[in-house]
Design a protein around this ligand. Structure first.
Ligand code: NAD
Length: 227
């Protein structure tokens, strides 16, 4: 049974990915700052914590890099601490995960698939989020770099670019009628997505059904980036 480590598996999209994988024949292991019962404690910015989590998870066939944070600060007010924090969680965290899998797959003479959770802001910027936009753009770029480098050993590395998904991260925005109206004016589907609608796509990208899909940034956004 294929084993997959899911960072950010304690909430929102990551929790939905774990549920969907476990319901469809995979074994998902959640890793999070605040993991669910049976999950692993992981701070994605911490190199030693990654080693501990990957060792504890055992041989893995897949990794979903989903842990994330979001904050809204205008450029003029954004300090370097917050800028670095955003890049550490998303960019350093995703790199450490991909590197951990590359090393282990080489040592174990096996291979697998990585799915990185980016965002529509990797291609379509919004104001007040230069640090988040930079982090998600870097995840998209690292996805291509890792896909190209690891393809010869049979590994695949893809990314999903979610639009607006109903999770604790977006609860404040989706709870505000003004913000919701602005967001929905950008989404042809006219609604927010549900975490399960990202989970099914992550499972597809992990699976053999996507055996020739490598290095893509796949929008799952109700048509946002098509419009
Ligand atoms: N919800 C959306 O609309 C949306 C849109 C695009 C992209 N995303 C991305 O999807 C991912 C999941 O977001 P979500 O909406 O489910 O948010 P969420 O807040 O519900 O879940 C995020 C999870 O990441 C964990 N986390 C945060 N920092 C961590 C760290 N340093 N180490 C380990 N775990 C950490 C949190 O504890 C939490 O469980 C994020 O990368 C986010 O940027 C979300």
């Amino acid at each position: 049974m294929a084993r997959v480590l899911v960072t950010g598996g304690g909430s929102g999209i990551g929790a939905a990915v774990c549920r969907h994988l476990n319901d469809t024949g995979w074994t998902a292991i959640a890793a999070d700052l605040r993991p669910p019962e049976g999950g692993l404690v992981l701070d994605t910015t911490d190199e030693a914590a990654w080693e501990r989590a990957l060792d504890a998870a055992g041989p893995l066939d897949g990794l979903v890099n989903c842990a994330g944070i979001r904050s809204r600060v205008d450029i003029a007010d954004l300090d370097l601490v917050e800028f670095h924090r955003m890049l550490d969680v998303h960019v350093v965290g995703t790199f450490l995960g991909i590197r951990g899998m590359a090393r282990r797959w080489a040592a174990e003479r096996r291979t697998g698939a990585v799915v990185n959770i980016a965002s529509v802001v990797a291609t379509n910027a919004v104001a007040g989020q230069i640090h988040y936009v930079a982090a998600k753009g870097a995840i998209a770029a690292m996805t291509r770099a890792a896909a190209v480098e690891l393809a010869p050993v049979g590994a695949r590395v893809n990314a999903i670019a979610p639009g607006v998904i109903r999770t604790p991260m977006t609860a404040d925005r989706l709870g505000d009628p003004g913000q919701t109206a602005w967001l929905m004016s950008r989404v042809p589907a006219g609604r927010a997505g549900e975490p399960e609608e990202i989970a099914t796509v992550a499972a597809f990208l992990l699976s053999e059904a996507a055996s020739y899909v490598n290095g893509v940034l796949l929008p799952v956004d109700g048509g946002w980036t098509a419009s």
